[in-house]
Design a protein around this ligand. Structure first.
Ligand code: ADP
Ligand code: ZN
Ligand code: ZN
Length: 735
């Protein structure tokens, strides 16, 4: 007889502990496997965390137990899903992120292995399902959400169902209404993601690169930060080090912020390490993910390339973990267990005795500060390959009336001139505007009424392609009307502009230029991202227009001009990191210009021409930015001087939410005294998320161990109350 301790996923945080079940025939071989159990009359899949032999009879056990113990229903696996290292990692994460262990296992495992509703009968898919609009269907009787999807599919003609999996409820409802129809098509396994962008030729490392590699290999340190401007040869170092580790029989984990935005990087790894690379990306079907997972854990793939969650890839004999663009926000998960892949990489490196290499042209302030202190080993590349000069950058002051003329209020004269020249030379252009949609606001010219989101009270953005108004904060969608709801006037004017309008303006000014656009609207269908990047890479368009998606890491040889159309958007956000993210974006964008033989040119339009984030970004001067921003952080008691975590309080009722948050804040303040700064922005409207209100409390502290007991206590106590949900976001980024 065995007693089995099983973790199940339950929403009540207070129940974050294993439950015991009987295993009369000793069917469970070891911890780490999944079992089917019955819990409160519900059939669930649970995760075995412990197995204890018991020599007593069933009657003896039952009579001594304070509650009724039942048998497990079925054992699912023979072998543990997670190896020892990953189990240890899960525990370490639990301690650091204060999340339920089960939520960490969920984050670690691919969908078909998650201990919730695992299914084994998912067949290997050979056909993909697509949706298109049904013949003779129209837009009547659709909610705006449905309309948004309907128009999207209509514009795209057909979309793979898996591409829309984040919107599947809407899609299903449209199918049910007969507006959309499903059809199947055979999958061509050789097409799509398997075509390589470019074979990367092996190069001989230059002296600086050689020194960096030698330093890395010689040193005994655990964590390294490679700081080098864009185009200084970091990628070549990653590839070189990866090949050395592979030769020694070690495996390599390579993380990028987002797979779909880095097709070049993926093809570099695929071509350099043929047959040994597994790519983990969110576009795979569950069956494919499962296969990749097995392939990795069997040791058939020794190099894994993937985004955030690939940090949990079941590689054995791990030698090297690389995080490219370590500063990028998408490494942080924005729901439980709110982990940051960088911190997890460092934990995993410790457990598996693998070295961790973080790389960036614009390291996060936290990482760079740690590197300067010696916590991380700093490695530097100071020159661009072939000593290519940095792009020539011009900052255009948008408040200066003379830089614009009647031909365009979006493109300044200098930017237009440079665009003309680049087009004449048949060189490519990237235009960055970190705001999608067509117009940022719709306003009545008679009474001044502004169309606001009913949930968040921020202006709705007008999207022309589908003729809808959308909230960029909560996703609310509504139809554009012809008349003002306040005064009835039909004089509605659109103000401000986004990428969609930008593209139209380019067509107006340069009718012969071929353009491509890349933003979240386009990326609604994931395959679009790759297609757009590929087309631009192959020279099928002259101008790439988009949000920050166009600024990240691409290596387009023929781009000679980058235009940042409005550099101020990021600075307007209230987050403590807004200067940092603006600086990064401008630096990255400017770095896209003149990657190979051509001398690049960049033009930055801004209303804050002397702001240090912009001036330093223009010069790609990380060091100066770092010094200035560190002063600001110090004055504001922000990271990296203090650790900063957020406490999210969520309830159905707005007043409840606010008052609970207020009392939590006061209690924590009393409890922690001088050990922490506790604050809450009480002027802000509460954010509405999934029909709940959310208040955010900010906690700043120097020592986690001091605040941790209070936080743990808070989580357990508050979550006993079913009406309220309290979550802690350790090292929060977006506050
Ligand atoms: P980063 O990752 O820092 O942006 P890359 O490694 O992509 O820089 O290098 C920039 C360009 O220089 C690439 O086109 C790459 O092929 C080339 N390159 C890198 N290292 C060398 C080298 N040692 N010799 C010749 N070309 C190189
Ligand atoms: Zn009006
Ligand atoms: Zn909204």
């Amino acid at each position: 007889m065995q007693i089995i301790y099983v973790l199940v996923e339950l929403t009540a945080r207070a129940l974050d502990r294993p439950f015991s079940y009987l295993d009369e025939n000793d069917e469970v071989k070891c911890p780490g496997v999944r079992v089917k159990i019955t819990f409160n009359n519900r059939h669930l899949v649970g995760y075995v965390v412990d197995v204890k032999k018991d020599d007593r009879t069933k009657e003896e056990i039952l009579s001594s137990s304070p509650f009724l113990m039942t048998n497990i229903d079925e054992v699912i696996d023979d072998t543990p899903l997670l190896d020892e290292d990953l189990l240890a990692l899960a525990n370490m994460m639990k301690d650091y992120y204060l999340s339920p262990l089960i939520s960490i296992y969920q984050a670690m495992l691919p969908p078909s292995l998650k201990p919730t509703r695992s299914s084994f009968n998912a067949p290997k898919i050979r056909y993909d399902s697509y949706v298109r609009i049904s013949k003779d269907s129209d837009e009547t009787f659709l909610s705006v959400k449905q309309l948004e999807m309907y128009r999207f599919v209509k514009n795209e003609k057909e979309v793979a169902k898996k591409d829309l999996k984040n919107h599947i409820t809407v899609v299903k409802s449209l199918i049910k209404l007969g507006k959309l129809e499903l059809f199947k098509r055979e999958v061509y396994r050789t097409s799509g993601d398997d075509t390589l962008f470019e074979e990367r030729k092996k190069v001989v490392l230059n002296d600086e690169q050689k020194n960096v590699c030698e330093d890395f290999l010689r040193s005994e340190d655990d964590v390294y930060l490679l700081h080098g401007v864009t185009g200084s040869g970091k990628t070549e170092i990653y590839l070189h080090l990866a090949s050395l580790y592979l030769k020694e029989g070690k495996s390599v984990l390579f993380l990028v912020p987002e797979i779909s935005l880095t097709p070049l990087m993926v093809s570099y790894f695929k071509s350099r390490f043929k047959g040994q690379v597994a790519i983990l990306h969110s576009n795979l079907t569950n069956a494919e993910k499962y296969d990749e997972y097995r392939k990795i854990s069997r040791g058939d793939a020794r190099v894994v390339v993937g985004a955030r969650s690939a940090i949990f890839a079941p590689l054995t004999n791990l030698g090297l973990i690389i995080l490219d663009e370590e500063h990028v926000e998408s490494y942080k998960q924005d729901n439980t267990p709110y982990y940051h892949a960088r911190e997890v990489a460092i934990m995993r490196g410790k457990i598996s005795q693998a070295k961790v290499l973080l790389g960036s042209a614009t390291p996060s302030l936290e990482s760079y500060a740690r590197a300067l202190k010696g916590t991380y080993h700093l490695l530097k590349l100071t020159k661009r390959i072939h000593s290519l000069p940095l792009p020539k950058v011009e900052i255009v002051d948008s408040s200066d009336a003379y830089v614009y003329d009647k031909n365009s209020i979006i493109f300044s004269i200098p930017l237009r001139e440079e665009m003309k020249k680049a087009l004449a030379r048949k060189e490519q252009i990237i235009l960055l505007l970190n705001r999608r949609g067509f117009a940022t606001r719709l306003e009545c010219r008679r009474c001044g009424h502004i169309f606001l989101c009913p949930e968040c009270h921020v202006p709705l953005v007008y999207h022309r392609r589908d003729e809808l108004l959308k909230c960029h904060r909560c996703g609310h969608v509504e139809q554009k009307v012809e008349h003002c709801p306040e005064c009835g006037s039909n004089r509605l004017s659109i103000l401000g502009f986004g990428t969609e309008k930008l593209e139209e303006e380019v067509h107006r000014l340069f009718p012969l230029a071929r353009t491509l656009r890349l933003d979240k609207d386009i990326a609604l269908k994931r395959a679009n991202v790759r297609r757009v990047l590929k087309q631009f890479f192959d020279g099928e368009a002259d101008i790439l227009i988009g949000t920050q998606m166009v600024a990240k890491g691409h290596d387009f040889a023929n781009v000679s001009l980058v235009g940042v159309v409005n550099a101020d958007i990021g600075l307007a956000f209230s987050s403590f990191r807004s200067a940092e993210t603006s600086f990064e974006l401008i630096t990255q964008a400017v770095g896209r210009a003149g990657r190979k033989e051509k001398i690049g040119h960049a033009i930055i339009q801004t209303y804050n021409p002397s702001h240090y984030a912009i001036t330093c970004g223009a010069k790609q001067d990380y060091e100066s930015f770092f010094v200035k921003e560190m002063k600001v952080r110090k004055n504001m008691n922000n990271p990296p001087y203090y650790y900063l975590s957020a406490i999210y309080v969520e309830t159905d009722d707005e007043d409840d939410c606010f008052n609970s948050a207020l009392s939590i804040m006061e209690n924590l303040g009393d409890e922690l005294g001088n050990n922490a700064i506790v604050m809450m922005d009480d002027s802000k409207d509460l954010v509405r998320l999934n029909n709940k209100f959310r208040a955010t409390i900010i906690l700043k502290y120097k020592k986690f161990e001091v605040v941790k007991p209070s936080l743990l206590n808070l989580i357990v106590e508050m979550n006993k109350n079913r009406k309220i949900h309290v979550d802690v976001d350790v090292d929060a980024l977006n506050v």
